[in-house]
Design a protein around this ligand. Sequence first.
Ligand code: NAI
Ligand code: ENO
Length: 378
Amino acid sequence: MSGDFSDFTGSDKGTNIKIAIFGVGLIGGSLALCFKGKPGFEVVGHSVNPASAEKYVARGVVDWATTSIAEAAKDADFLFLCVPVGRLEDYVDELSQLPLKPGCIISDVGSTKASVVRHAGKLSLQGAVFIGGHPMAGSERSGVEAASLHLLENAFYVLTPTDATPVEAVNKLEQLLKWTKAHIVKTDAVQHDDIVGAISHLPHMIAVALVNQIAGYNETNELYQMLAAGGFRDITRIAASDPLIWRDILLNNREVMLKLIEDWQGEMERFSALLEQGDGDGVAEQFRKAGHFRSQLPERRKGMITSIYECYMDVPDHPGIIGKIATELGQAKINLSNLQIIESREDVPGILRLSFRQQDDLDKAISLLTSLNYSVHF
Ligand SMILES: NC(=O)C1=CN([C@@H]2O[C@H](COP(=O)(O)OP(=O)(O)OC[C@H]3O[C@@H](n4cnc5c(N)ncnc54)[C@H](O)[C@@H]3O)[C@@H](O)[C@H]2O)C=CC1
Ligand SMILES: O=C(O)C(=O)Cc1ccc(O)cc1
């Protein structure tokens, strides 16, 4: 099979490729949208809840939907498990009892990989192959309403085959996933959980703890909430993530998380000691070290903790300026996904944050606004 994803359609082979998505929420729905309508593809959604199954079809995310696992799985070439991490192993168990299409591929999108990969490795899947997967893009939103065709575009998509996984099966899955326009990365499931625990699960936990700490202070003084706009809101966005999805992720990755919490406490203790000693150079050195590492992070790549393309503008605080900018972008057919004033006081230039869903829109906006003599930072 060549590297061109257009090769991988059912119609090229005069057959249908059936793709079953179990749990059509933010991630399952976004995957479904990448496959639906492609030549020869048939995308079926599964939900335990009949009203949800109907909604998947009504929203045009899947071709048809069912509440029967057996019906969704029957003759499917690819089966994606897109339910909360705590349910993944149950789904693998149920599928292992069904007469699946020989050679079909079962994958999942769970934010943790070690336990589900270990579990599937112990089962006989009757000719099916399990390959762990984790598209590393998402948002604090959930449900099929939040699904988007572009969610995974340009993001990393981790696959965790084992030594026992047939190479042809991995190639077949990679070929299909080209429709997502994500970049495939292969790694070991245990290493995945260590790294993703540190760069995604720990930040989510810290964001929640931080918001709860401030919420506690706010109980006796509401000024905390009033003044907590701007940066606080930005760095705690992920604290608004779905509680049950995150309950499952953190419990599933608990050993890694406990070690990371220990290390985090060590970092906080280091700050405590520097402050107790009045060691200003030491404090500044912490910022220098962090700034240096941060400056080496990939620029504006879509990924975890940020999945939007943004630029900032200095704008004079006068009536109508925001409408003018939005109109200029609209007339140039540039799709703005969000617009926020970060600070605006009388006679002080405000900062406007413009968010886009695609790199292309951001690039076009920067060149248009710069040509109109606005000051744009990105
Ligand atoms: N939220 C995010 O940004 C990302 C999430 N993931 C992983 O993707 C998977 C799905 O997460 P989202 O799409 O964000 O969640 P979601 O809440 O948008 O979708 C979850 C889907 O699973 C179904 N579901 C919920 N509880 C269930 C249960 N007990 N039994 C059977 N089905 C159930 C829901 O009806 C829904 O269709 C999770 O395993 C999560 O760890 C992976 C990458 C990013
Ligand atoms: O919203 C964000 O920035 C995220 O970090 C989303 C996210 C949540 C869970 C994942 O497993 C991957 C990505």
